[in-house]
Design a protein around this ligand. Structure first.
Ligand SMILES: Cc1cc2nc3c(=O)[nH]c(=O)nc-3n(C[C@H](O)[C@H](O)[C@H](O)COP(=O)(O)OP(=O)(O)OC[C@H]3O[C@@H](n4cnc5c(N)ncnc54)[C@H](O)[C@@H]3O)c2cc1C
Length: 392
């Protein structure tokens, strides 16, 4: 007899595991939830290679709301995700984001600030002098000011959050199996089963595509073109002999970003669109730090002139090429195939909100807590981008 599950989730990293947790919690006892993961080491997925940070500073109200729920969840994660008295190690540090702006970028920061305040985010605009006095290690001569998160923003242990979701989902009855899904078996306007690389077939009530950068290939097997591509991002861990006390996660107008990590710092840079091809290798280009990052770091924080790289790695964003926002929910042609793809660099922090949203779509047939319909397929099919301006 073939295996049958009420919900099959393809991809077991942070999005798949969050969905499994919320579903296992909400579905009636006896409901069957299965997570299929191609690489149970999670060595290469975006979740593991993430900078693992959370901010409320977006330009799209729904993104602000999703991250605010993310913060709420992280603050309670110990209790929500404990299993047999053991809480997951999530290491949430609420140290804020600081978006810097030159005079040219200041009006955009002000507009975004108004959106964030309207959603209840604790953010403050600091003029250049306030910035210089609060962060004396920062070079501010070319800046108009910055937007600082006062509460709820910071960073965490991404792997810890993923493991926490998955462990709790299992404790609540969800199954997690190793296996690469090679095809979604379409039967008209529904998916009847998923096919596995080992020849296995699993019948399903609902399928969730949580396959990250593998999501477009998976969708194609059901005849759906998902505009999601892998784009490489490199992260460097460095030491600085000069401290930068109370350093938040700083976003520089040049695209550079950095934040503390242990006794050192992590940094990276968002490349311009024309230098950001689809890419699936994990090589950190030689001299990338010296040529692209170091000059910008030293310019913004003179104390970083003596920075020394300790390690580096590359990972992949699953970029939604239409508008850098998640594509969430069912495609109109296939009612029982739910998508949660194209996070474009902000999926970790959205995992609690998206996991809950997927649960609501499965259990209630619609959004209940946060209305995330704006992230649906309609705007993709109608080519109406819901563009997020604060992409990092
Ligand atoms: C360098 C970097 C920095 C980042 N920084 C941040 C940040 O600061 N804050 C933030 O919120 N986000 C950040 N992100 C983005 C965030 O990490 C991702 O949006 C998020 O982890 C996506 O989770 P996911 O579960 O959808 O995908 P992934 O973590 O990529 O996982 C997808 C999983 O699906 C599996 N899979 C794929 N295809 C199949 C298949 N056919 N069958 C079975 N399994 C399959 C894969 O093996 C993988 O485990 C960053 C990403 C990178 C690369």
């Amino acid at each position: 007899m073939r295996d049958t599950f009420d919900v099959v989730i393809v991809g077991g990293a942070v999005i798949g595991s969050a969905a499994a947790f919320f579903l296992a919690e909400a579905l009636p006892r006896g409901a069957r939830v299965l997570v299929l993961e191609a690489d149970p080491s999670y060595a290469h997925c975006a979740t593991t290679r993430s900078l693992a940070s959370i901010r409320h500073q977006f330009s799209t109200p729904e993104n602000v709301r999703m991250s605010m729920f993310g913060t709420e969840f992280l603050r309670q994660a110990g209790a929500r995700l404990e299993v047999d008295g053991a809480a997951p190690l999530i290491g949430f540090v609420e140290a804020g984001y600081l978006f810097l702006a030159t005079p040219a970028g200041w009006p955009v920061l002000q507009r975004n600030h108004a959106v964030q305040r309207a959603e209840g985010a604790a953010v403050a605009l600091l003029g250049r002098e306030a910035l210089a006095s609060r962060f004396p290690w920062l070079a501010t001569a070319d800046l108009a000011g910055g937007s600082l998160g006062l509460a709820g923003e910071g960073w965490l242990d991404a792997h810890g959050l993923m493991q926490g979701f998955q462990r709790k989902a299992r404790a609540l009855g969800a199954q997690v199996r190793a296996g690469r899904v090679t095809a979604l078996q379409r039967e008209g306007s529904r998916i009847g089963a998923v096919r596995l690389a080992d020849g296995g077939v699993v019948d399903c009530g609902v399928v969730i595509n949580a396959a990250g950068t593998g999501a477009a290939a998976l969708a194609r097997t059901a005849g759906i073109e998902l505009p999601v591509q892998a784009r490489k991002r490199c992260v460097f861990h460095f030491r600085s002999p000069e401290p930068a006390p109370d350093c938040p996660l700083v976003i520089d107008p040049s695209g550079l970003y950095f934040r503390p990590e242990g006794a050192g710092f992590l940094c990276g840079v968002a490349p311009p669109e024309e230098e950001d091809p689809e890419c699936t290798d994990f090589e950190v280009p030689p001299a990338w730090f010296e040529e692209r990052l170091w000059p910008a770091l030293a310019q913004r924080v003179p104390g970083f002139e003596a920075a020394r790289v300790l390690s580096s790695w590359a990972g992949h964003y699953d970029v939604n090429t239409l508008d850098h926002n998640v594509i969430l929910g069912a495609h109109p042609a296939i009612g029982n195939l739910l998508f949660a793809n194209g996070f474009s660099g902000h999926g970790l922090q959205q995992s609690p909100a998206v996991g809950r949203a997927l649960m609501e779509l499965v259990v209630h047939g619609g959004f209940r807590s946060l209305d995330l319909a704006a992230f649906g397929w309609l705007r993709v099919l109608q080519n109406r981008p819901l563009r997020e301006l604060n992409v990092v």
